[in-house]
Design a protein around this ligand. Sequence first.
Ligand SMILES: NC(=O)c1ccc[n+]([C@@H]2O[C@H](COP(=O)([O-])OP(=O)(O)OC[C@H]3O[C@@H](n4cnc5c(N)ncnc54)[C@H](O)[C@@H]3O)[C@@H](O)[C@H]2O)c1
Length: 353
Amino acid sequence: MKLRSLTFTNIKFLRKFSSEASPHPYTQSARDGNVQLGTKPRILITGSHGQLGYGVAQALRKSYGRENVIMSDIIKPSKRILESGPYIHADILDFKNLQQVVVTHRLDWLIHFSALLSAVGEKNLSLAMKVNVEGVHNILELSRQFGLRLFVPSTIGAFGPESPRNPTPNLTVQRPKTIYGVSKVHAELLGEYFHHRYGLDFRCLRFPGVISYDTNPGGGTTDYAVQIFHDALTTRHHVCYLRKDTRLPMMYITDTIKSICEFMALDSSVLPQRTYNVTAMSFTPEEIADSIRRHIPSLEVTYKPDDRQKIADSWPQVFDDSEARTEWGWEHEYDLDKLVDIMITSLRPKYAS
Ligand SMILES: NC(=O)c1ccc[n+]([C@@H]2O[C@H](COP(=O)([O-])OP(=O)(O)OC[C@H]3O[C@@H](n4cnc5c(N)ncnc54)[C@H](O)[C@@H]3O)[C@@H](O)[C@H]2O)c1
């Protein structure tokens, strides 16, 4: 069977077959390094104290066991993170220490979240170059040396004004204008090169803005779509740094976590490509405000565009993730109204007292 012609039904069958054949959904390809078939992978998550780390760690721990998923970062862990499972200090710029961590913890998979996001990266170019470029070099070399399955997230920010913006296909012109975007294209290309050259099991999903209620966003251009909920429930007034008609792709964190867990569990041989767009919805500040007004009719929004407007104007408006859907069965669950409902319901108790 030609891989490109795998249909959604084939993928569903392969997944079902994999999970029936072993007690957990992880299977391994012949190319993978050091995991015994039928054993659970041991996983390190870098930069896991950010917006995505905790949720992804918890979901992976459910599938593969609490002790098999190690969270890491360079900052002191919160009580919630510390109590949730193993957590270690790991600076992605310290290559020797990373080697020790892989050996000591007998790692099989690496989920690489450490990064400086778009708005923060523009304010601190030299640190962004270090963390987002040098850091990725370390992670790739480490994964090559130890035969790790490597996940590196990319972003809608990996596209630029010359890319088609509505919709933005999986494979198209990528000329981003931020150091964040440039470093993500660099990671995508190097990861794919290491895959072709060395057989590295590199996997990459390009995410839109991720929205969550229990973790804070880390300084991206889509952060307003989280802040607006906190403002709606407290002051009833949100000052938006984007114009009201700025359309950007977005996703609820539960869908982001699901995409990573499903994508990582697939056998390497069923993946025709290594880098995929994934998304769930696209909306403007005006549209999300209208949806929030179903719960909080008095919400007011004032628009004061700042530097982030320029970044948003160069990014995709609608993300075409049809290849992820047909080639490995990606499906989102949350649309705009469902996202707003869960955000309001989950945050309301926090501000009730
Ligand atoms: N959150 C989103 O909306 C979004 C969208 C697209 C892609 N992504 C990607 O997903 C990944 C995780 O995103 P996030 O929102 O959780 O990011 P975040 O900014 O919230 O967290 C990043 C973490 O990296 C850590 N870090 C910084 N320097 C480090 C170093 N030298 N060594 C180790 N860790 C270091 C930080 O302490 C921080 O906890 C990033 O690669 C990001 O580009 C996120």
